[in-house]
Design a protein around this ligand. Sequence first.
Ligand code: ADP
Ligand code: VHF
Length: 265
Amino acid sequence: MGLYNNRIVVKVGTSTLTNDAGKSDLRTTDRLVCVLSDIQNMGYEVVLVSSGAIAVGRNKLNMTSKPDSMRMKQAAAAVGQCSLMYLYDKFFGDYDKTVAQILLNAEDIEQEEKKENLINTFNALLEMGVIPIVNENDSVSYKEIESEDRLFGDNDMLSAVVAVLCRARHLVILSDIDGFYDHDPRLYPNAKLIEQIDTIDDSVYALAGGAGSRRGTGGMRTKLQAAALATSQGTDTIVTNGKHPEALYDIVKGLHAGTLFPGKI
Ligand SMILES: Nc1ncnc2c1ncn2[C@@H]1O[C@H](COP(=O)(O)OP(=O)(O)O)[C@@H](O)[C@H]1O
Ligand SMILES: N[C@@H](CCC(=O)OP(=O)(O)O)C(=O)O
């Protein structure tokens, strides 16, 4: 079965949704919501994979530092997910859009029956013009937050899984940086942006460092893993800067933005 050419999955990371003080970056969030709504008005089906629950919860609970213990992270996620969805519902509502929340963990796609149900739910929502907003089910799926051999790893991988389930033409991973560079630009100021990567092999993984900010997790390594999965199923994957969500207009038109990992089939 082929891909849906008008279907796009967009992943946004914590580092885009929050500012340096750890509070919600309302302007960036609203601009992203505006562009996603506009793209849907242009005839595209949009799925948003959004991180941010732990950071937003942490802020709401006045936790001064990133919680170390699993129970505090899960508690922060439970509080933050609620606030995050309230914000999305409000912002998307301003553009006359309806959103839905889908919280997932690895078991939900490992079992064939659950996976089928999930695909049916996505399709039903998209047919009705709803914008599904997906996150890991952090408050129950401790494996996803902590374990090394986890399937989702973090939301980069989750977004690739969702793009594959939805058979989306495009997966766009919005980060706090313009794309994939030949070195981590935070450590190497002369690093150069790579516009297209056709093969994700060990030499490419060797260029990828970890998370850049206190708020992000995974860094470029998990984005490469996500791109490897999505492109193996034909989905074009783009890593670009979430501070400039207008790039999504170019991407749906097939124009260049950030770093492109072309789909393989
Ligand atoms: N080769 C690379 N190219 C670009 N960024 C890199 C690279 N290696 C490591 N990074 C880091 O990855 C960070 C983005 O990932 P992350 O901090 O997890 O944020 P997000 O919230 O977007 O997932 C960048 O800010 C950058 O410091
Ligand atoms: N599920 C977690 C986010 C985990 C994650 O992958 O974060 P990020 O690297 O900011 O995309 C949350 O909502 O806080």
